[in-house]
Design a protein around this ligand. Structure first.
Ligand code: HEC
Length: 142
C-alpha cells in the first residue's frame, strides 16, 4: 500500500524579475515635480527636433534640478546609474540622441503593460525636457 503522496501547494516565492519594480515600490507613488523654466527662452507648443539650449548654462542648471527631482531615483544621482536603469551619460550626442531622448522622456518605457519608466509628456513642457537634455549632455561620457 505505497500510495504516492503528492506534495502540493508548496508555494515558491518567485523573485520579481523586474529590476525597477522593487525600487518603485520602496518609494511609493512618487509624484513628478514641476519644473520652473522661467528665464529660459520660450519654445512654444510645436515640438522641436533638436536641442535649442545646447551648452546654455541656465538650461543646464534647470535641467540638473529637474533631473535630480524626477529621474535620479532610477537613473542615479548626477546621472551615474547604479544599474537599475540605463546610465544616461552614455546617451548619444547630437540630433539622433535628441530624438531618442525625446521619445523616452515623453512616452516612458512600457514593458508587458507595465511602465518601467513613466511618461513625462503631461508633466513637463518642452523647455523642461530640453533643459534636462542639456544637463545630461554636460554629463556626457564616451
Ligand atoms: C521609475 C524609474 C525611472 C524613472 C523615474 C525615469 N526613468 Fe528613464 N528609464 C528607466 C528604465 C528602466 C529605462 C530602460 C527602459 C528600457 O527597457 O528600454 C529608462 C530609459 C530611459 C532613456 C533611454 C536610455 C537608453 O539608453 O536607451 C532615457 C533617455 C531616459 N530613461 C530618461 C529619463 C529621464 C530624463 C527621466 C526623468 C525625467 C527618467 N528617465 C525617469 C527608468 C526610469
Amino acid at each position: 500500500m505505497n500510495g504516492t503522496r503528492t506534495v502540493a501547494g508548496l508555494a515558491l516565492v518567485a523573485i520579481a524579475s523586474g529590476v525597477v519594480a522593487p525600487l518603485a515600490m520602496a518609494h511609493g507613488d512618487v509624484q513628478p515635480q514641476a519644473v520652473n523654466t522661467e528665464g529660459l527662452k520660450p519654445l512654444g507648443d510645436k515640438m522641436l527636433e533638436e536641442n535649442p539650449y545646447r551648452g546654455d548654462p541656465k538650461a543646464i542648471a534647470v535641467g540638473f534640478s529637474a533631473f535630480t527631482q524626477n529621474c535620479a531615483r532610477c537613473h542615479g544621482l548626477e546621472a551615474i546609474s547604479g544599474g537599475l536603469a540605463p546610465d544616461l551619460r552614455y546617451l548619444e550626442l547630437g540630433k539622433e540622441g535628441d530624438t531618442w531622448f525625446m521619445e523616452r522622456i515623453q512616452n516612458g518605457a512600457m514593458v508587458n503593460g507595465v511602465y518601467k519608466m513613466p511618461p513625462f509628456k503631461t508633466v513637463f513642457n518642452q523647455e523642461a525636457m530640453w533643459a534636462i537634455r542639456s544637463y545630461l549632455e554636460s554629463r556626457h561620457e564616451d
